[in-house]
Write a protein that binds this ligand. Structure first.
Ligand code: NDP
Ligand code: GDR
Length: 357
């Protein structure tokens, strides 16, 4: 399947959840891995610390470069220096709710940022030698048109994030058709792990379950408990990204588990994992959805976490990825919850006390 003797990957978003797992995978496969890292006033490399290699040594296989998807000249220079055989564009302002607060920045980074990278490849004459992966998303489906959602389901974005990713999706398709580029969209449904960002709902819940169990937090505030998501394990999804890049022909693929779970159920499982049985008192979103243990309220609804427009139901059909890539997921959502809670119990033992976080 290999397309090139040189195996050099450039990963944007290398410091994020998927960037960390993908770096591990590609290093295992013998790639030289280059990552784009943002300048930050505090350390942002926690997820990839274990992969760090001293740049003063010989034969370094993992290197970071300062950069930003909003900076064209920076991207052109890095692509020129690295001459990657595969570019994985994972960088994004990836939080749906935050995109309502920062819509212009989100469009710039997530939408135009993708264009900047594609143009960098064209300007440098690399459009035929370098393959391109775009981190597209199930958020594109937005308002439910049909279920399960597949590569043929129409899009209806419901957030500035999804609208920006819609542009990115189509510019990738257009550059593939216009310039013959090997550019593919992975339409990935939610995927989680112990490395998941702390403000996404799964990690927020598993951290809180651990912290409450350890007496380090009193209460968990959440928004819409009835949203349904198709949650898989991030480690398995980055393998799907790599598989897409090894195909002779570029294409677009859904990666999903085919099962959907409510946020409410995720909460119940996470707390059960630390021995706390949740009993919901309220059911509607107007009532406060208390849960109790010995009469104590542990989970409460805060309308601040409701989104102006919500995506109610995601459930993906990964048949194409299974048939054409031989990809499948292995971790059922219940096991994912267990793993995340287990890891957060370890993290939380040493964490500072967070009150009502
Ligand atoms: P994360 O939020 O964990 O990581 C995002 C990465 O992008 C971080 O490395 C971040 O840097 C970087 N980044 C953000 N803005 C910029 C910018 N302007 N320039 C350069 N880098 C930037 O996301 P995930 O790893 O979960 O997701 C990876 C990609 O896949 C994203 O594009 C996301 O939208 C998409 N996606 C994710 C899904 C999921 O369920 N996880 C599902 C479908 C799609 P820093 O660390 O400094 O913040
Ligand atoms: P999502 O993930 O929007 O699907 O985007 P998130 O975990 O943020 O939300 C999932 C669902 O949970 C509901 N929810 C809450 N969400 C958060 N963050 N915080 C809360 O307190 C809360 N309470 C309820 C949300 O309303 C929503 O319905 C993720 C990101 O990784 C995107 O980058 C990616 O494209 C999609 O997954 C697929």
């Amino acid at each position: 399947m290999g397309h090139c003797e040189r195996k050099v990957a450039l990963i944007t978003g290398v410091t994020g959840q998927d960037g960390a797992y993908l770096s591990e995978l590609l290093l295992e496969k013998g790639y030289e891995v280059h990552g784009l890292k943002r300048r930050s006033s505090s350390f942002n490399t926690g997820r990839i610390e274990h992969l760090y290699q001293d740049p003063h040594q010989q034969n370094v296989k993992f290197q970071l470069h300062y950069g930003d998807l909003t900076d064209s000249t920076n991207l052109i220079r890095i692509v020129q220096e690295v001459r990657p055989t595969e570019i994985y564009n994972l960088a994004a302002q990836s939080h749906v709710q935050v995109s309502f607060e920062t819509p212009e920045y989100t469009a710039n980074a997530d939408g135009i940022g993708t264009l900047r990278l594609l143009e960098a490849m064209r300007i440098l004459g690399m459009e035929k030698e370098t393959r391109f992966y775009q981190a597209s998303t199930s958020e594109l489906y937005g308002l439910v048109q049909q279920v399960p959602q597949s590569e043929r389901t129409p899009f209806y974005p419901r957030s500035p994030y999804a609208a920006a990713k819609l542009y990115a999706y189509w510019i990738v398709v257009n550059y593939r058709e216009a310039y013959g580029m090997h550019a593919s969209n992975g339409i990935l449904f939610n995927h989680e792990s112990p490395l998941r960002g702390e403000t996404f709902v799964t990690r927020k819940i598993t951290r809180a379950a651990a912290a409450i169990k350890l007496g380090r937090q009193e209460r968990l505030w959440l928004g819409n408990l009835d949203a349904k998501r198709d949650w898989g394990h991030a480690r398995e999804y980055v393998r799907g990204m790599w598989l897409m890049m090894q195909q002779d022909e570029p294409d677009d693929y859904v990666l999903a588990t085919g099962e959907t779970t409510t946020v409410r159920k995720f909460v119940e499982w996470a707390f059960a994992e630390v021995g706390i049985q949740i009993e919901w008192r309220g059911t509607g979103i107007d009532e406060k959805g208390y849960c109790v243990e010995s009469g104590k309220c542990l989970v409460e609804i805060d309308p601040r976490y409701f989104r102006p427009t919500e995506v109610d139901l995601l459930i993906g059909d990964p048949t194409k990825a299974k048939d054409k890539l031989g990809w499948k997921h292995d971790t059922p959502v219940r096991d994912l919850v267990s793993e995340m809670v287990r890891e957060d119990l370890i993290v939380m033992r040493d964490a500072p006390i967070a009150k009502d976080a």
